[in-house]
Design a protein around this ligand. Structure first.
Ligand code: NAP
Ligand code: GDD
Length: 425
């Protein structure tokens, strides 16, 4: 029998039999195949080669997948424990994926990212940001591809950040959102379970693959109490929130059913200059920059009285890593504990560019949602007390950072829309 807890092929139950056949179709260990980490390695294409630190502490060239060694070392020396760890991140091309990959790489992890599509346009962006990350193809809609990815990467930790994450889109494509954001979680958990040989009668062994699920404060929806804690009941207000609640409960269920190390971070809104332009913070920071530089005069928005607990994405990926590294799997609420309205956000962002938002903002019914989450505010006390997490960047600093970054981007000829897609509902 194979050892439980690591990615090994098994031939016991029907699902596993099915999985084994799917694996053969994608990337069976018995079928030599190209797995893309060579040609997608960022060091190899379109930029100078960057080196990474190997498990033995030597620099290794990522162009040849680690076979070419360099004598010198770079950066702070990671701890021995982190050096031997390998992480697989789904959603690597998203905002959080990029920050998490940077954080884990700095901790000495070997980081792999799951990327969907034949020619994903965001890979070029990722190459520029993350030289050390290896990429592997896979899609949350495709169970076989996830099993293949887990088989190939043999991760110690899997961070499931992939989702359709834009709330308004979840009304337009509710079924797809359910499939990716909801059932996608099941597929990732199943890939880990099957590859690890875990079943109802076979518990995970030591050194099992740990799983992090990107849950959301959208699950609180029409809030029952404020601030929201780990005990606050859910009342989601969008198909996105409903799908996230499914993923959240399923993660909890796999923990309870199979003893898997599976945790959910209930993260409140977190932003950065890498945020997609469809989200309100980035829409505003880009709008301010365009108005300041004379490209536009107006910014059209929806509900200005909605309140959110906004933090900096770089702080929140630290929480993901702390959560997956706990002795026991426990879910946490992650937020700043401070709530602001969209109007506060406008005030701050326009002020950062020496403008008054009242001269430029127009409310437009087209941006009002079928059902709104009026107010979110985290109580992050448990995360602070038990895993020592605290945010470092506050609201004012965050907004100033985003406005400054967009002013710089647009004044140097950059186009946010080119890299992030269209800014419509
Ligand atoms: P994001 O920027 O929208 O990134 C979403 C990622 O999911 C992208 O990399 C996207 O890849 C990938 N993806 C979409 N459909 C996929 C599929 N079928 N198969 C594989 N990958 C797929 O989101 P984010 O802000 O980084 O958030 C990360 C996660 O945290 C999401 O699950 C989000 O719902 C959750 N979350 C975010 C916040 C927040 O405030 N940012 C708060 C709470 C929870 P492509 O490049 O191929 O589209
Ligand atoms: N996007 C957007 N565009 N939002 C607007 C606009 C607009 O023109 N005008 C007002 N808003 C309001 C929305 O109605 C909402 O109340 C608030 O701004 C925040 O909207 P988003 O930035 O789109 O974020 P979200 O809160 O709906 O969802 C984000 O945070 C969740 C965590 O609470 C996403 O990142 C989700 O994936 C994440 O789970």
């Amino acid at each position: 029998m194979p050892a439980a807890g690591r990615a090994v092929p098994i031939e016991t139950d029907p699902l596993t039999f099915l999985a084994a056949n799917i694996i053969t179709g994608h990337a069976s260990p018995l079928t030599p195949q190209r797995d893309y980490e060579g040609d997608w390695c960022a060091g190899g294409i379109g930029r100078s080669v960057r080196d990474v630190t190997s498990a033995t502490g030597r620099r290794i060239c990522c162009r040849d997948g680690g076979r070419h060694a360099h004598p010198a070392e770079i950066g702070p020396r990671p701890t021995e424990a982190a050096l031997s760890r390998r992480a697989l991140i789904t959603g690597i091309t998203g905002q959080d994926g990029s920050y998490l990959a940077e954080h884990l790489t700095a901790q000495g992890y070997e980081v792999w990212g799951l990327v969907r599509g034949q020619q994903n346009p965001r890979v070029r962006q990722l190459r520029q940001l993350l030289g050390d990350v290896r990429l592997i193809r896979g899609d949350l809609l495709d169970q076989g591809s996830l099993i293949s990815a887990v088989e190939r990467v043999q991760p110690d930790e899997v961070y499931n950040l992939a989702a359709i994450s834009y709330v308004p889109m979840s009304w337009q494509q509710a079924e797809l959102t359910g499939e990716v954001t909801g059932v996608g979680v099941l597929r990732v958990l199943e890939a880990i379970r099957v590859c690890s040989g875990i079943s109802a009668s076979r518990s995970p062994g030591r050194g099992q693959i740990r799983f992090y699920q990107a849950s959301s404060s959208e699950m609180f929806g029409m809030v029952r109490e404020s601030p929201q804690t780990e005990q606050t009941p859910f009342h989601p207000r969008s198909p996105y929130g409903v799908a996230k609640a499914y993923g959240h409960f399923l993660t909890q269920n796999y923990r309870e059913s199979y003893g898997m190390f599976a945790v959910s971070g209930i993260l409140f809104n977190h932003e950065s200059p890498r945020r997609g332009p469809e989200f309100v913070t980035r829409k505003i920071s880009l709008g301010v920059a365009k108005i300041k530089l004379g490209y536009e005069r107006q910014l059209r928005l929806g509900n200005l009285s909605a309140r959110r607990d906004w933090g900096f994405a770089g702080d929140y990926v630290r929480a993901m890593h702390l959560m997956i590294g706990q002795d026991e799997p426990v879910d946490y609420v992650i937020g700043t504990g401070v709530t602001h309205s969209v109007e506060d956000l406008l005030e701050q962002a326009f002020k950062a560019a020496g403008l008054d938002w009242r001269d430029h903002v127009v409310t437009d019914a087209a941006f009002i949602r079928p059902a709104e989450v009026d107010k979110l505010c985290a109580d992050p006390a448990q995360a602070r007390d038990q895993i020592g997490w605290e945010p470092k960047i506050g609201f004012e600093e965050l907004v100033a950072m985003m406005v400054e970054a967009d002013l710089e981007l647009l004044s140097s000829g950059g186009h946010a829309e080119d890299s992030f897609g269209i800014d419509t509902w």
